[in-house]
Design a protein around this ligand. Sequence first.
Ligand SMILES: C[S@@+](CC[C@H](N)C(=O)[O-])C[C@H]1O[C@@H](n2cnc3c(N)ncnc32)[C@H](O)[C@@H]1O
Length: 293
Amino acid sequence: MSKLDTSGDNAEQIEYWNGEAGTQWADRNNEMDLMLAPLGAAAIERASPNLGEQVLDIGCGCGGTTLDMANHLGESGHILGVDISAPMLDLANSKIGSMPQALQHVPSFQLADASTFDFPVGSYDLLFSRFGVMFFANPPSAFANMRKALKPGGRLTLLCWGPPEQNDWIMTPLMAAREHLPPTDKPDPRAPGPFAFSDKDYVKTTLETAGFIDIGFESFSPLMKIGRGQSLEDTADFFMEMGPISRALVDQPTPLLTKVKDAITEAIKDRYKNGFVELGAKCWIISGINPTA
Ligand SMILES: C[S@@+](CC[C@H](N)C(=O)[O-])C[C@H]1O[C@@H](n2cnc3c(N)ncnc32)[C@H](O)[C@@H]1O
């Protein structure tokens, strides 16, 4: 699959998700899906997909939720997974063959920037995403573009992370790592990134500006199982390779990485059992409606 143009607003994210981040997500897809599948399942249940519906899965990555959702839509439904990452979509496409033959036509994938893609107008019943909509440079404009693809009365269901300080799965290793990392400027909490949609008021205003109504927030606080069934040392490596921590460790010298790994190992060791660490998460399941007129 070829790469997207990098001339628009989301160029930095397109570079990022087509670079090492995208190939690492694809390489570690089994571990990531093990960790995120229960969270996605809760969001799919909340979205209540019906047989025969037309669904968009935005920022679908390696297609885990796209294929799960396809099973709920049946042979007469369709789900389009949209993503900017060629390596992640390559893996997503390769998984279709493992579905039951009768459902293999239900999912399809599109390499595209969802904020500007020319979706067929008024065509979809449901706009869904598991952690794939926090990366737009201009969220109101991106959501206005996606809303146009919904039928009148079409539904929106988004799973997004809540405030980072309420997400132990990231704060526990991050605080341990920070003790050894050079100080950095506080990042803009609304800049594209995993926690950009953690503030309810901001998300509500963003979605209303994009034209959605009846915006709702359900608090969801699962216990996450993180790791790949290996040793405590390997589990510490896994934490160092994940999103925000891996970004903080880029270009750091080896002795410092060793100190960070020791600190993370110490921080997670009491939660480690049989190859996994259990830590709490705080998410929002966000809902909304495309008005009928
Ligand atoms: C944190 S990953 C989540 C992937 C997947 N939904 C999952 O839960 O495994 C975020 C995804 O959003 C995608 N993404 C970021 N910006 C996007 C955009 N403008 N249009 C479409 N996809 C985008 C990334 O390529 C990446 O696959």
